[in-house]
Design a protein around this ligand. Structure first.
Ligand SMILES: Nc1ncnc2c1ncn2[C@@H]1O[C@H](COP(=O)(O)OP(=O)(O)OP(=O)(O)O)[C@@H](O)[C@H]1O
Ligand SMILES: [Mg+2]
Length: 250
């Protein structure tokens, strides 16, 4: 099952949510959940999870066809929570190697090897991003409580429906507060975007940053904090959805 995490604006909390979500799923299903970091040109997921990468998707591109799968899977970093983190580029100049067809090839391999593929997407609506969004079973759109972001998210939802023909049931909106409470409420956000928010992640002060600095992931370090609980519920929902897909296939 592919879960794409996207936001129309940088700094909305995509990486934080993707890392914590993958860790929460990985904790329940060890080594069955991979976080593919496609947030380019700067990959941060491994850093946030305190992992030191030595391989990446861009480097596996050079491998022979029969070595591609092996090289790609070997680049996955096993985190103590149980998730696997796969960077797509280690250096700025490698990000150009991460093309839309390469990502599709990687997704073929990852879908076979893992039950859950969480993708941290960049902001750019590139061919690569579109390819992942079209293929994702669940799309999580991270929304922040600012009017321009809400307006752009409303427009994006329209493009999903009218242009990309992505069924609305596949898309969930997550209201995140990376900064202390603003004047815009959840009800305001829902009115502007014209869709309900599936969940709201509170501003959790320095918790996320502190966990990252000490090399931990919040859902594992402080599972009873408000934001970790919300992400835990989100993970449980995705696990249920995956079970539903598996039951349908059987
Ligand atoms: N709910 C929250 N409470 C407190 N801090 C948060 C919350 N969500 C995110 N943050 C913090 O906000 C900052 C930006 O988050 P993050 O890096 O996850 O965003 P992003 O969308 O991935 O950004 P980028 O565009 O740089 O990739 C980080 O310092 C993170 O710890
Ligand atoms: Mg990020």
């Amino acid at each position: 099952m592919i879960v794409a995490v996207y936001a129309v604006k940088g700094g909305a909390g995509r990486t934080t949510i993707a890392v914590n979500l993958a860790a929460a799923i990985g904790h329940k299903h060890r080594a069955e959940c991979v976080l593919l970091d496609l947030s380019l040109p700067y990959n941060h997921a491994a850093l946030v999870a305190n992992l030191v990468p030595n391989g990446c998707l861009a480097l596996s591109e050079r491998a022979d066809q029969d070595q591609f799968e092996h090289t790609l899977l070997a680049a996955g970093l096993h985190h103590p929570t149980g998730m696997v983190v796969l960077p797509s580029a280690l250096k700025l100049e490698q990000s150009e190697l991460v093309t839309a067809p390469l990502v599709q090839r990687a997704l073929d391999v990852l879908e076979d090897a893992f039950s859950y593929v969480i993708v941290d997407l960049g902001v750019a609506m590139s061919e690569m991003t579109l390819g992942v969004l079209e293929r994702a079973h669940r799309i999580l759109i991270v929304v922040t409580a600012e009017l321009p972001t809400l307006k752009d998210t409303a427009e994006l939802m329209q493009v999903f429906e009218d242009v990309l023909e992505i069924p609305s049931g596949r898309v969930s909106l997550l209201l995140n507060h990376p900064r202390p409470q603003t004047l815009v409420t959840r009800a305001d956000a829902e009115r502007v975007v014209k869709r309900p928010m599936m969940a709201e992640i509170v501003y959790d002060g320095a918790r996320f940053d502190r966990a990252a600095v000490t090399g931990e992931v919040l859902v594992a370090a402080e599972p009873s904090s408000m934001s970790a609980k919300t992400i835990g519920k989100l993970a449980a929902g995705i696990i249920d959805e995956h079970k539903g897909h598996a039951a349908k296939r059987a």
